[in-house]
Design a protein around this ligand. Structure first.
Ligand SMILES: CC(C)(COP(=O)(O)OP(=O)(O)OC[C@H]1O[C@@H](n2cnc3c(N)ncnc32)[C@H](O)[C@@H]1OP(=O)(O)O)[C@@H](O)C(=O)NCCC(=O)NCCS
Length: 218
């Protein structure tokens, strides 16, 4: 693959189903048997917190091979002062195109766009392996936590402007954009619109469990 052949562009309505299929391929059996990320993408686009200006795809030879999306979220300090930030995700790349710099290109492109829009902080949950090279750090390093002073190991923070978070304690207030994903039956009904695919176990599910249940205490 020649990196110069990758086109990074905004998603259009015509791309919707192709992007949902891409997410289904990329996330299938990764963190659970099957996946719901294609459903998440489907409902996310209609949510008030969805940031359509940062909805990008990567195209290679006329085929969409990568996608990234963002939504609005907030940080609140101990005095109740709030700051508007971005939550990144889902981010996905077609399995046969992974580890060739497409995810990196999507993130770096959209970080620049986010800066132009005035944002200085991006947060997401994820496997740190995928993000530390992009400058993400543990939430603990920036004193960003959930109510109860919980610092999840998978809560990763990227400052788009150095010093944006200035060391004070921040509570992360995510959007409720993923709430409909709690409805497993609706997600299943949506998945039934795609070609049948076998659900199963793979070791990444245990890795996901470990990452998503770990907190940083020291
Ligand atoms: C995670 C994902 C989006 C990354 O996209 P990608 O195009 O495969 O990744 P890139 O080639 O751009 O590499 C991004 C970074 O991942 C890391 N990486 C690359 N290859 C790696 C490997 N073999 N092992 C561990 N980390 C690796 C590196 O830090 C790399 O950054 P660098 O090139 O500056 O060192 C993609 O693999 C994917 O879709 N995975 C399935 C869905 C998923 O997990 N999404 C993220 C949810 S947390």
């Amino acid at each position: 693959m020649n990196k110069n052949d990758i086109i990074i562009r905004r998603e259009t309505e015509k791309d919707y189903r192709q992007v949902e299929s891409l997410a289904r391929e990329a996330f299938w059996n990764l963190s659970r048997p099957g996946c719901f990320e294609h459903y998440f993408i489907h409902i996310m686009r209609d949510h008030e917190d969805f940031v359509s200006e940062l909805d990008y795809v990567a195209e290679l030879g006329g085929r969409i091979v990568g996608s990234v999306m963002y939504c609005k979220s907030r940080l609140r300090d101990e005095n109740g002062c709030e700051k508007n930030i971005l939550t990144m995700g889902p981010l996905c790349v077609m399995p046969d195109c992974q580890r060739q710099g497409i995810g990196k290109a999507l993130l770096e492109h959209t970080f620049e766009k986010a800066k132009e829009m005035g944002y200085d902080t991006v947060i997401n949950f994820g496997n740190p392996d995928n993000y530390v090279a992009r400058g993400y750090k543990s939430c603990k390093k920036y004193n960003v936590c959930f109510e109860g002073d919980i610092f999840p190991a998978a809560l990763l923070v990227k400052e788009l402007a150095e010093g944006a978070l200035d060391g004070r304690k921040w509570y992360y207030c995510p959007s409720d954009v993923d709430k409909p994903c709690d409805d497993a039956e609706a997600a299943e009904r949506f998945d039934a619109q795609f070609p049948p695919k076998e659900k199963g176990w793979q070791p990444s599910q245990e890795e996901f469990y470990i990452h998503s249940h770990s907190v940083i205490n020291l």
